[in-house]
Design a protein around this ligand. Sequence first.
Ligand code: MRU
Length: 353
Amino acid sequence: MHINGKAFRTIWFDEKDQAVKIIDQTKLPHKFEVKNLKTVKDTINAIKTMEVRGAPLIGATAAYGIVLAIMESNDPEFIKISRENLIKSRPTAINLKWAVNRMLKKLSGVNNNALEEAKSICEEDVKFCENIGLNGLKIIEEIHNKKKDTVNILTHCNAGWLATIDWGTATSPIYHAHRKGIKVHVWVDETRPRNQGASLTSYELNEEGVPNTIIADNAGGILMQRGEVDMCIVGTDRTIATGDVANKIGTYLKALAAKDNNVPFYVALPSSTIDWETHDLKNIPIEERNSEELSHVEGLDENNKLKKILIYPKKSKAMNIAFDVTPAKYVTGLITEKGVCEASTDGLKKLFK
Ligand code: MRU
């Protein structure tokens, strides 16, 4: 996808610098900065501080983390500790564990080229996200054929190309529809507390020329009641074997509002986000982040300088739960690289096993 008309991916390996390059997402939308990661510690730090975020991208970053660990030391103990620290760096997105384990499996084989494997994780993600787009496009086309007018799509957080390697998950059907000439408009949930919707989703849609409007997180309900949302598409950090979906805090409430208003609620995901081992939504680890993300906001000041300010009473306590779980019964369908299926064990198995 494009930034200032130039095609980018979110992560790549630079042979000349012998470094992993990332777009520092903590600076967006105000500054576009590419950053070098040279050690496994750098990758862990980038994931923890959310310079990279979004389930598929943190998986890919962790894969490159293993590459950098190997470049630093051949000591099996160091690789083992690196693996554990990478998996712990963010708890909810299953892609982290998936990617690190895939890397280590490769390393134990005959053809154990770690860099090639990290690159192929990225290539595969691009292909899967593209296919998610083609599968989701059919749903948008159907709505458009009936409505014969602009399709209004609500999304939450950033499940765009910035959260993956390219295309995005939730945004891929939107980009495909837009490129096909179907009129789409996106309601972008601001997504407090870190505002990934406003700072990242709206930013990347603008760069691709897709019409969008940022709304307060609580505005989706009334828009649905007024018939101004034709469908919701969100991403996910972990979809368990039952089809229940963990995603950014606030997703569940959007799904409830969608159900009450008969608005189709789709979740887009690559198979690397399926956690086949978990069968009870209560067992999904839910990340809790620093409450400073709630109490402080960052933006440009009158001198165009980035500034962080406190917006809460100094004495107030705050709690920052980063994810919630939407039970499968509220999900109209899962849009995957292999097709669209029911959010259920049977639905998932029909496509993947
Ligand atoms: O905390 P974040 O920004 O990593 O959360 C991201 C999301 O919740 C995305 O919707 C999810 O990772 C899907 S990414 C394609």
